[in-house]
Design a protein around this ligand. Structure first.
Ligand code: ATP
Ligand code: FE
Length: 353
């Protein structure tokens, strides 16, 4: 099977072609991602209107390039997969309309994909993981533990009740006058810092369950920073490094501690602990999760960063898996701003609920 995937739910426009021949490992024939960071930079955040327009403008070019790089034409495809939610509705609509146009013009089957399912199924594309496995999705917009038991079977074991960890990294960077995106900057600063100097909170660790919270951390960091400024008139390079290291250690402890609980709550027979999302790039966090997996006797699987962050190869792959399982959508496929994974029913998608 060969599937074209489209992704336009946030600020990256992407198209990709994924193929899996019977009995063989899946192949990513092309994966084109065009960002819009420059368009949104002056506004200090993603502007939905601008994003939707940019997606509409960039999608055709992305599709052309993805097909060209794969050395294929539309007639060589078996299906067209598209992110149908969750995300910024204007962007999702642009993608769904583009996919419908392609499907109508070619007669190819259309497959709507949940963006989060795309992230959650990526370890099967990259590492051939078998169900069930535990997935931690930790990015700038999401943070959740998912038991992945089938192409359509996801159980959310816990999630952040406020900010996502990537968002907390970004806000921390802002408070310390570091550039955006903040994750890599804070990680670099933390290398020279003392993670034990400031005792930042480990929110919700004293409560049962796998839910997480990161917004309080940012407040604690702000208070500590202002305390140092009040005392000494400013923060030194070492203060900043120590703040970063202490903050990072708190996020690490929450993610690792809750991962341990999620492993306990997950179904029997797990094949791995897998991660996705930009935060999975953090080496300190990664090492802690690897340790948690090792304690549980499980492999730790982290797809390459390009496939951990938003891309269309994951959408093509999730579409291929759904299509192979017999699912297909029609022209009533709706774009959904909200679409929780574990309430996922493909039937609901067509109904636009
Ligand atoms: P989503 O895909 O959930 O809509 P997103 O597009 O913001 O959100 P990603 O592209 O997966 O998510 O990840 C970006 C986030 O990851 C940013 O918040 C960034 O700061 C964070 N990040 C990237 N590298 C690191 C790192 N080394 N350490 C910590 N955080 C990181
Ligand atoms: Fe994403």
């Amino acid at each position: 099977l060969t599937v074209l995937g489209l992704e336009s739910s946030c600020d990256d426009t992407a198209a990709a072609v994924v193929r899996q021949r019977a009995g063989a490992r899946p192949e990513i024939l092309s994966s084109v991602v065009r960002g819009q960071t420059d368009l949104h930079a002056p506004f200090g955040g993603v502007v939905p209107e601008i994003a939707a327009r940019a997606h509409a403008e960039k999608l055709d070019g992305c599709v052309e390039q993805a097909l060209a790089e794969a050395g294929l034409a539309l007639v060589d495809l078996d299906a067209i997969a598209v992110t149908a939610g969750p995300g910024l509705i204007g962007g999702v609509l642009s993608g769904v309309m583009c996919a419908k146009g392609l499907a109508a013009a070619t007669g190819l089957p259309l497959v709507g994909v949940n963006h989060l399912a795309g992230h959650a199924l990526t370890p099967r594309l990259t590492d051939g993981l078998a169900f069930p496995y535990l997935m931690l999705l930790a990015s700038g917009g999401h943070c959740q533990f998912l038991a992945v038991e089938g192409v359509e079977e996801f159980t959310r074991l816990g999630a952040t009740i406020d900010d996502a960890p990537g968002e907390a990294f970004d806000k921390t960077a802002k408070l310390l006058a570091l550039p955006q995106p903040g994750g890599p900057e804070v990680e670099r600063e933390a290398e020279a810092g003392d993670p034990a100097r400031f005792a930042f909170p480990r929110p919700l660790m004293d409560r049962p369950g796998c839910d997480m919270s990161f917004s309080g951390l940012k407040t604690a960091l702000l208070r500590t920073r202002d305390g140092i400024i009040a005392e000494k008139g400013g923060i030194t390079v070492q203060d900043r490094a120590d703040l970063c290291a202490s903050f990072q250690a708190a996020v690490r402890d929450v993610l690792a501690g809750k991962a341990r609980r999620a492993l306990d709550a997950a179904p029997d027979g797990l094949t791995a602990l897998a991660v996705a999302g930009g935060v999975a790039a953090n080496r300190t966090i990664r090492a802690a999760l690897e340790q948690v997996a090792a304690e549980a006797g499980l492999p730790f699987v982290a797809p390459p960063l390009k496939l951990c962050t938003d891309n269309a190869a994951m959408i093509a792959w999730a579409g291929l898996e759904r299509f192979r399982a017999g699912h297909q959508d029609d022209m009533t496929l709706a774009a959904r701003p909200r679409w929780p994974l574990d309430s996922q029913s493909p039937a609901l998608l067509g109904a636009g609920k």
